[in-house]
Design a protein around this ligand. Structure first.
Ligand code: CTP
Ligand code: MG
Length: 430
């Protein structure tokens, strides 16, 4: 069974005024703020609200006016242009008449516009959120809704004197006053009825609905929904747009920083390797020179292991594999891969670095700390770092620590190497 179409919202945009209070120039809706016509800002805002399915623009009725509006709105979907009337109310009535009635076909879809907005083109910078709130308020059950702001100035009525000097009639209690903005939202049937019954020219459509005795709800408006009326309002509008631009730029800048940093966040790896020193009996059976940090250490008894037992190089390999998610020393060069048996640590380290790069990473640096009593690394640190850096193709730093005589390292029974590696995803341009 076909689902009924969801109720929809049409927005009427009176844009046919001349803008006399703005001073000489093109009709107001065609004047520009931020380099774009006022009308375009207004229509975009409506569409950006996510609530408006159809926009009917009442354009300046001259041939040039209609052509200019068509040019301005070209490419925007769901926009209809009609010639406006002699008054705002007439322009609204003409736009309302152009909204397809229930059941009428609109591009082969059966339509039903349950909510009608009336929105001055001149309120070009009304935030889409305010527009959405008006639609939602009507859908929540009110026959008509207007966005309003409290009045900031003290308001006084004028007592007209025969000598032409204005004097104060009385001071009006401003706490009960609200300044009314657009878009004003209506249940369609209510607005149609109000316009049919209109016996006077109202400056807003809610006024016509009030005449019907229907309640008109108020929701918070927005300072940026001001109506561009005078030249000062153009200055204000430019300032609002410039502020949005700055805010947008800073939001974009934040997004760019995030976009830049997130993918290029480095990946860190950790690796450990431990080997025990060959005992004197071991060395009698098979002489084993010490290989550590890619260097030979003549006169020092060596470490026992499947390869040369270079805990520095091996810890560095583990750290690199760990950072890249490529397993560890055992899974890369283990007993099931005999071609690596006996390979010097620096060779394994170079191969580990090659595999990490082949997996799409750039190597930032590797740091290794050796824990043990001997050999003293300090005098050959630079030499070792150079050899290891050559193997890795990136800086390698080497440090050493003893354990105050504690543990197997403290008793000089073996050595521990602990390493970290920092790598980056090559696709992030690191
Ligand atoms: N409007 C309209 N048709 C008219 C008169 C006004 O569609 N005959 C529109 C205006 O284009 C504007 C909105 O109604 O978007 C609110 O009117 P207002 O701010 O008074 O605009 P203008 O009438 O153009 O300005 P002015 O009164 O200064 O001439
Ligand atoms: Mg006017």
């Amino acid at each position: 069974m076909d689902q009924p179409d969801p109720p929809r919202c049409a927005a009427l945009v009176p844009a046919a005024g001349r803008g006399e209070r703005l001073g000489p120039g093109a009709p107001k809706a065609l004047r520009e703020i931020g380099g774009e016509p006022i009308l375009l800002h207004a229509v975009r805002g409506l569409l950006a609200s996510g609530r408006v399915d159809l926009v009917v623009v009442a354009a300046p009725p001259s041939a040039e006016g209609l052509a200019e509006v068509a040019r301005i709105l070209v490419g925007l979907e769901s926009v209809v242009i009609v010639p406006g009337g002699a008054s705002r109310q007439q322009s609204v009535a003409l736009a309302l008449a152009a909204v397809p009635a229930d059941g009428e076909s609109d591009e082969s879809e059966s339509v039903g516009y349950d909510v009608i907005l009336v929105h001055d083109a001149a309120r070009a910078l009304t935030p889409p959120e305010t527009i959405a709130s008006v639609v939602d308020a009507v859908r929540s059950g009110l026959p008509a809704v207007v966005p309003v702001l409290p009045v900031a100035d003290t308001i006084k009525s004028v007592a007209l004197r025969p000598d032409g000097v204005d004097t104060v009639g009385q001071t009006v209690d401003r706490s009960s006053l609200r300044a009314v903005q657009t878009p004003q939202g209506f249940r369609r049937e209510v607005l149609v009825r109000a316009h049919a019954a209109a016996g006077h020219d109202a400056t807003d459509d809610a006024g016509l609905v009030e005449s019907l005795g229907e309640p008109v709800g108020m929701i918070p408006g927005h300072v940026e929904a001001f109506k561009v009326t005078t030249p000062f309002d153009l200055v204000l509008a430019e300032a609002v747009l410039a502020g949005r631009q700055r805010h947008g730029d800073s939001m974009n800048a934040t997004a760019n920083v995030t976009a830049h940093v997130t993918p290029t966040l480095p990946l860190i790896g950790i690796g450990v390797d431990v080997h025990k020193f060959a005992t004197e009996q071991d060395l009698e059976l098979e002489p084993r020179p010490l290989r550590l940090a890619g260097l030979d250490w003549p006169g020092q008894g060596g470490l026992l292991g499947h390869s040369d037992a270079d805990v520095v190089a091996h810890a560095a390999c583990n750290a690199l594999f760990s950072a890249a998610g490529l397993g560890d020393l055992g899974s890369n060069f283990g007993v099931d891969q005999p071609e690596w048996k006996g390979a010097p640590g620096s060779v394994l380290l170079a191969e580990a670095a090659r595999r990490v790069r082949a997996a799409g990473f750039v190597i930032g640096n590797v740091s290794v700390q050796v824990i043990g009593v001997r050999p003293k690394l300090g005098p050959r640190r630079a030499e070792a770092e150079a050899v290891l850096a050559e193997a890795v193709g990136a800086p390698v730093r080497l440090s050493a620590a003893t354990t105050d005589g504690l543990g197997f390292t403290g008793r000089a029974e073996g050595l521990t190497g602990i390493a970290t590696a920092l790598i980056f995803n090559a696709s992030d341009g690191a």
